[in-house]
Design a protein around this ligand. Structure first.
Ligand SMILES: Cc1cc2nc3c(=O)[nH]c(=O)nc-3n(C[C@H](O)[C@H](O)[C@H](O)COP(=O)(O)OP(=O)(O)OC[C@H]3O[C@@H](n4cnc5c(N)ncnc54)[C@H](O)[C@@H]3O)c2cc1C
Length: 321
């Protein structure tokens, strides 16, 4: 069976959840093999084994952390040539889309961006993409070379399956061209206790309905009770009630969590574009005609300042806290 290469997202030895999701997807199309650039592979190995990686190709020299983007593209290109995989899967991050583009050129392959699902059809890997602000779903397959696909976080639920995750060192001398952009400084972003917005399995977002910056505290409280990330509509971030980096939507972050809660959000098309592929959507809005209810799996018509405290009380009862 051909391998499916999965580029690992990791922070040192800490494997990011999206990599486990990609391993879950990869199992449908071949033998999952992780490509690990940088340090920490031995620490990450048990987690990769738990989610079905058969092999882990490790390139741990400083070249792979000191330079930007091009080393990973060269590493993947050399493995594509060596192993002729059925596909290469990467998490849809800004940097990885550049890696995928470079890899496509190097291997004369087709590339698909921002898939929210993958299926096998007539012997091909078909990607599902959500386009035009989410109004249209496109199915596409590459016609040339190895399918290179970037997949959005939370497109599938990560499911464990045992694998050997056998570590295999890769020795590769990078070209001078791959060393043309050097990392000069790394600043770790303060994220606090909450999960990252794009990665979170649960997102609780607040809209103009919260009424003020102080009113937004109820959204944080609900998010914390569920171990969720906090999101916001643009009305909230434009008003300065919450930082812009938490904006969900067409001009913010695209999320696709297992559960999305839209609290006091009308559901404008630009907001929906960033969250409508969420698996389950719950909306709380006092206006029964709010467009968000067209999209919601569960909706509560009511004042969020009455509904959310009741919800919090129930969550606390269930969690016994
Ligand atoms: C080019 C462009 C890009 C954009 N990009 C984005 C984007 O990325 N993300 C984004 O979110 N928007 C984006 N917008 C803005 C978008 O069009 C909407 O204006 C915005 O999403 C509205 O935010 P909102 O739902 O919080 O506010 P509103 O539309 O004002 O809705 C507030 C909702 O709260 C409800 N409400 C009020 N009080 C309560 C209460 N006490 N309890 C319960 N419900 C209550 C109201 O009934 C209403 O439905 C963009 C717009 C443009 C033109």
């Amino acid at each position: 069976m051909a391998e499916v290469l999965v580029l690992a997202e990791h922070s040192g030895g800490d494997v990011k959840k999206v990599t486990l999701e990609l391993l879950t997807l990869a199992r449908q199309f071949g033998e999952p093999a992780v490509v690990w650039a940088g340090e920490g592979a031995a620490d990450g190995q048990p987690r990769l084994a738990e989610y079905g990686a058969a092999k882990v190709y490790v390139a741990d020299g400083s070249d792979f952390t000191d330079y930007v983007t091009a080393p990973e593209a060269e590493l993947l290109a050399s493995l594509v040539t060596e192993t002729s995989p059925a596909a290469v899967l990467l998490a849809s991050t800004g940097q990885n889309k550049e890696v995928a583009g470079r890899l496509a050129v190097k291997t004369s392959s087709g590339m698909l961006c921002d898939a929210v699902g993958l299926v096998a059809q007539d012997g091909k890997i078909v990607a599902e993409q959500s386009v035009f602000g989410g109004a249209t779903v496109v199915h596409s397959a590459v016609k040339t070379g190895t399918p290179i696909v970037t997949v959005r976080p939370n497109s599938v639920a990560a499911e464990p399956a045992p694998g050997a995750a056998e570590l295999s060192a890769v020795s590769l001398s990078l070209s001078d061209a791959a060393k043309s952009a050097k990392v000069t400084e790394k600043i770790v972003q303060e994220t606090g206790e909450r999960p990252e917005l794009a990665e979170a399995a649960i997102v609780v977002s607040g809209g103009r309905g919260v009424g003020s910056a102080d009113g937004f505290a109820i959204i944080e409280k609900l998010a914390d009770s569920l171990g969720a990330a906090v999101g916001a509509s643009r009305a909230v971030t434009d008003a300065g009630w919450y930082p812009h980096k938490f904006q969900v939507g067409q001009t913010g972050t695209t999320v696709s969590p297992q559960l999305y809660m839209a609290i006091g959000i009308s559901g404008a098309i630009q907001h929906r574009a960033g969250m409508q592929t969420s698996k389950t959507i719950i909306a709380v809005n006092k206006d029964p005609e709010a467009p968000i209810f067209e999209l919601a799996d569960f909706g509560v018509v009511g004042d969020l300042f009455q509904v959310v405290p009741q919800l919090l009380e129930d969550i606390q009862k269930r969690s016994g806290s």
